[in-house]
Ligand binder design. Structure first.
Ligand code: TRP
Length: 429
């Protein structure tokens, strides 16, 4: 139970509530949803099980685990994971900072405003202000560093156990409010009715990237968590729980944000600001919304922090194991490096907004590099590693032997997952 909540704490975060609705909005809604669900429960679930198994079998950080189980070039898969951890956390923390800021913002200036034009302007002004975005990014990193320094089990697990269910209840309440707004139904139709003409390689690519990002796969975060897991735990049920909880939260966020987008006449393809612009409008339409808003953003910050903790923990576990440093200095050093890598992302909607590469801002570029390239590559490597390089040991680790479910799982990892990911990556390029 404690482990499922910790792993779900890693998976459930900004990916579900900030990233999922806007990517679904950009990708045309319904068809994206079906592609996403399909990938989560086939490739996603199998790779998650593989990551947990590698971690628990090796009882090490990603680099150490690949080195210990096979060595050779496989060790670089671990390094790629650690690199992805740096990259993702650097901009994840910037968005986490937005969430912290909105906890106070919804207390005051945003109260009772349902005009998405004004809310959008407020958001654009806020993310363009370098002092605020850097300060909140720093605050978010400081909290994450403090928690990882103290060891992840004590504080964060206990807090998550209590706060995540509260977040869930609030999401349900918000969903009900959003769905009963006049005009909300168009959002539901957009979200669930597939428009297959919108499907192209970009949509498929977006669905795969979102699946990896949301489930925390492809960089060794769940591998690291798996290394702390006891032998008595049944990995398939752990993986199924985490996959399902993560999906439920993403669906709730979709049924909250997209109906609100349509009810308030906003553009579903508006991009990363979607959640931040539409949620305050939903709060304003709720009795007691002035209290609801800050509490919701506070809980979303907690969900973001439990995810950030898993990202930093992966990098720190590597530093501790492989350079035999102590937890506290290692955490501080890694955290400070991540903070500095994140600064250009924090500036990317303000002073650095003119800097564009391939039409993307620095933050978008980091997200693209990590989610669309590093994570899927990591996913292929994990699938091939488990499926071909150490398959006997992994079957025993997870299923106790070559049972039928074990064979189905291996077949997924040997053929379906790598072939699908490679095809998606190549067509994306
Ligand atoms: N899954 C988290 C979210 O949805 C983010 C995250 C945490 C992550 N650890 C990760 C993403 C490892 C990729 C890899 O917010």
């Amino acid at each position: 139970m404690g482990f499922i909540l910790a792993a779900a704490g890693s998976a459930i975060g900004l990916g579900n509530i900030w990233r999922f609705p806007y990517v679904a909005g950009e990708s045309g809604g319904g068809a994206f949803l079906i592609l996403y669900l399909g990938m989560v429960f086939t490739i996603g679930f199998s790779v998650m099980l593989g990551e947990l198994a590698i971690g628990r079998a090796a009882r090490r950080n990603p680099v150490g685990a690949f080195a210990a189980l096979k060595g050779g070039a496989w060790t670089y898969v671990g390094y790629m994971g650690v690199l992805a951890g740096f990259v993702i956390l650097s901009y994840y923390s910037v968005i986490g900072g937005w969430t912290l800021a909105y906890t106070w913002a919804t207390l005051g200036p945003l109260l009772e405003n349902t005009d998405t034009g004004e809310l959008g302007a407020y958001f654009s002004d806020f993310i363009a202000d370098p002092t605020q975005t850097i300060a909140y990014h720093g605050l978010f990193m400081a909290i994450t560093i403090a928690i990882v320094m103290g060891g992840i089990e004590k504080g964060i697990e206990r807090a998550a156990k209590f706060l995540m269910p509260v977040l869930f209840v609030m999401l349900v309440a918000l969903c009900i409010r959003a769905l009963t707004l006049p005009g909300a139904w168009a959002g539901v139709e957009f979200f669930v009715i597939p428009d297959w003409s919108r499907v192209n390689t970009e949509t498929v690519n977006a669905a795969l990237s979102q699946a990896f990002f949301s489930l925390s796969l492809g960089m060794g975060a769940l591998l690291t968590y798996g290394s702390y897991l006891s032998r008595s735990e049944r990995l398939p049920s752990v993986a199924m729980w985490v996959t399902s909880l993560d999906t439920v939260i993403a669906l709730l966020a979709g049924f909250l944000i997209l109906p609100a987008v349509f009810a308030f006449g906003y553009d579903p393809a508006a991009g990363p600001g979607l959640t931040f612009v539409t949620l305050p409008a939903v709060f304003a339409k709720m009795p007691g919304g002035g209290l609801f808003g800050p509490v919701f953003f506070a809980l979303l910050s907690v969900a973001a922090i439990t995810s950030a903790v898993s990202l930093l923990e992966t990098v720190v576990a590597y530093a501790i194991d492989e350079t035999s440093s102590n937890r506290k200095p290692a955490t501080l050093a890694m955290g400070v490096v991540v903070f500095f890598i994140g600064v250009p992302s924090a500036l990317s909607f303000g002073p650095w907004s003119d800097f564009k590469l391939f039409g993307k801002t620095f933050l978008d570029l980091m997200d693209y590099l990590a989610s669309n390239l590093l994570l899927p590559f990591g996913g292929i490597a994990i699938a091939v590693f488990v499926g071909w390089a150490v398959s006997q040991r992994m079957m025993t680790e997870v299923f106790g032997g070559a049972t039928l479910p074990a064979r189905v799982w291996l077949w997924m990892l040997r053929t379906v997952a790598p072939a699908a990911i490679i095809w998606i990556l190549i067509s994306g390029l």
